[in-house]
Design a protein around this ligand. Structure first.
Ligand SMILES: [Zn+2]
Length: 259
């Protein structure tokens, strides 16, 4: 069993969003992470990055405001289908897709997997279709999932042992988005590894104990999850595969451990 990190290009994260109250005024170019888990019984994809059309013209796919705000840098080869190809897989080889949540940098490639079974929290599905305008302006792109109503989607209401063997656990976090979940893995070769999605998307959030992605639907819950992740790291010697570390940290992680 192996976890492969895949990068769907980069986006700009402002400190007010990434580490509110710290590093004021800073903006960092950060990775857009996706992960492939090779379990003995299934190929499990965690998150699908940006839609491939973002590589052609982000402003026309996401709208000008979002494209200007997060300034994606993405080639067509960065999209999830080409990244899987690089690892020797076709999109139709993927058995299971777990979406940590349905923001546009996680659910963008969803429509490329009509044969897979999706595991998504039920309230995240509702939030993505009918987002609360206060928190989700521009966070969800309805084109990403407009054609997926007939897909096989397991609607979760809380935590789940995905394969029934304790090796891949989905843990509902809420906080960053209404139905956000993270993925905790215990793979023999890797030791305990957490894919926190955007519950804690870069290491600085653990350093500063800040809930990421402000404003969010439930900041208290967001902070509680960051604290819980910090406790897990201390207790369990946990490795964290962050979804949006700075590009520099992503490259460092890949060269030292993940790739
Ligand atoms: Zn994200």
């Amino acid at each position: 069993m192996v976890i492969y990190p895949m990068k769907c290009g980069t986006i700009i994260m402002e400190s007010a969003y990434a580490t509110p109250g710290h590093n004021e005024g800073m903006a960092a170019r950060c990775a857009v992470g996706m992960f492939l888990i090779e379990h003995e019984q299934a190929l499990v994809l965690v998150d699908t990055g940006n839609h491939p059309k973002v590589a052609e013209d982000a402003a026309s796919y996401w709208g000008k405001d979002v494209a200007e705000c997060i300034q994606p840098k993405m080639d067509r080869d960065d999209a999830v289908d080409r990244q899987l190809q690089r690892l020797g897989y076709k999109t139709s080889d993927i058995d299971i897709v777990v979406l940590t949540h349905m923001h546009l940098d996680h659910a963008g490639g969803m429509s490329l997997f009509p044969d897979a079974t999706f595991y998504i929290q039920a309230d995240e599905l509702a939030a993505a279709m009918w987002p609360d305008p206060q928190f989700s302006r521009g966070h969800y792109e309805i084109k990403d999932f407009a054609q997926t109503r007939d897909f096989k989607i397991v609607r979760l209401n809380g935590d789940m042992d995905l394969m029934g063997d304790g090796k891949i656990r989905l843990i509902k976090t809420g906080g960053h988005s209404v139905g956000h979940q993270m993925v905790y893995t215990r793979l023999p070769e890797f030791g305990p590894t957490l894919l926190p999605g955007d519950a804690c998307f870069m290491p600085e959030q653990l350093d500063f104990l800040t809930p990421p992605g402000m404003p969010i639907p439930d900041p208290e819950r967001g902070l509680a999850m960051v604290r819980q992740i910090r406790d897990m790291v201390e207790k369990d010697d946990l490795y964290i595969a962050y979804s949006h570390p700075t590009n520099k940290d992503w490259i460092k992680a890949c060269s030292s451990y993940m790739c």
